[in-house]
Design a protein around this ligand. Structure first.
Ligand SMILES: CC(C)(COP(=O)(O)OP(=O)(O)OC[C@H]1O[C@@H](n2cnc3c(N)ncnc32)[C@H](O)[C@@H]1OP(=O)(O)O)[C@@H](O)C(=O)NCCC(=O)NCCS
Length: 144
C-alpha cells in the first residue's frame, strides 16, 4: 500500500505540497531532504500519488518533517494510516521518541496528532512564514 519516497516522486509530491500548504516547500528542498538521507513514504492510488510523509531518523529520535494528503482524498483515514505506518517503521528502526512542529492554526493536523497520542511539549514563536507575517509552531512529541 505504501512505498518508499524516491527522488522521481518529487514532481508529484511537490504538486500535493502546493495544493495543501500555505508556504509550500520547493522541489529543491525535497531533493535536499532525500540527499540528506531523510526517509519518506508515499501512497499511490491508480498510479496517482495522493499522499506523502517525510521523516528524519537520528539515533533513537525521529522528527516528522512533512505530511500531506491530496485535498480530494483527505478525511478518509489516509493521513492517519500513513503516519501510523511511518511511526511503526521508525520504531522498528530504533526510534523511541517522535517529534514534530505544527502551525498553531492547523487544527486538522493537531487533531490527527493528538488522536495518535502526541502531546504538546513546547512552542516556537514566529516559526512559520505566513502571507503577512509569521505564525507560531506548536512542538508535539510521542514516545514510541
Ligand atoms: C493533516 C492531514 C495530513 C490529515 O490527513 P487526512 O487523511 O485528511 O486525515 P484522516 O482522514 O486520516 O483523519 C485523521 C484524524 O485527523 C483529524 N482530522 C482530519 N481532517 C480533519 C478535519 N477536516 N477537521 C477536523 N479534524 C480532522 C481527525 O481527528 C481525524 O480523525 P477522525 O476522522 O476519526 O475524526 C491533511 O489534512 C493534510 O494533508 N493537510 C494539509 C497539510 C498539512 O497541514 N500537513 C500537516 C503539517 S504539520
Amino acid at each position: 500500500m505504501f512505498r518508499s519516497f524516491h527522488v522521481n516522486d518529487i514532481p508529484q509530491v511537490y504538486a500535493i505540497e502546493r495544493l495543501t500548504q500555505a508556504a509550500p516547500w520547493t522541489e529543491e528542498i525535497f531533493r535536499h531532504c532525500l540527499h540528506a538521507g531523510y526517509i519518506g513514504w508515499v501512497l499511490e492510488l491508480d498510479k496517482q500519488l495522493i499522499a506523502f510523509i517525510l521523516v528524519n531518523l537520528q539515533g533513537d529520535e525521529c522528527h516528522i518533517l512533512n505530511i500531506a494528503v491530496r485535498p480530494e482524498f483527505q478525511r478518509q483515514g489516509r493521513g492517519r494510516k500513513l503516519l501510523e505506518y511511518a511511526l511503526l517503521n521508525m520504531q522498528q528502526q530504533g526510534a523511541n521518541m517522535a517529534y514534530l512542529e505544527v502551525r498553531r492554526s492547523n487544527t486538522r493536523a493537531i487533531a490527527l496528532y493528538e488522536q495518535l497520542g502526541f502531546s504538546l511539549i513546547g512552542e516556537r514563536k514566529d516559526y512559520y512564514p505566513i502571507f503577512a507575517g509569521r505564525e507560531d509552531a506548536l512542538v508535539l512529541a510521542k514516545g514510541l
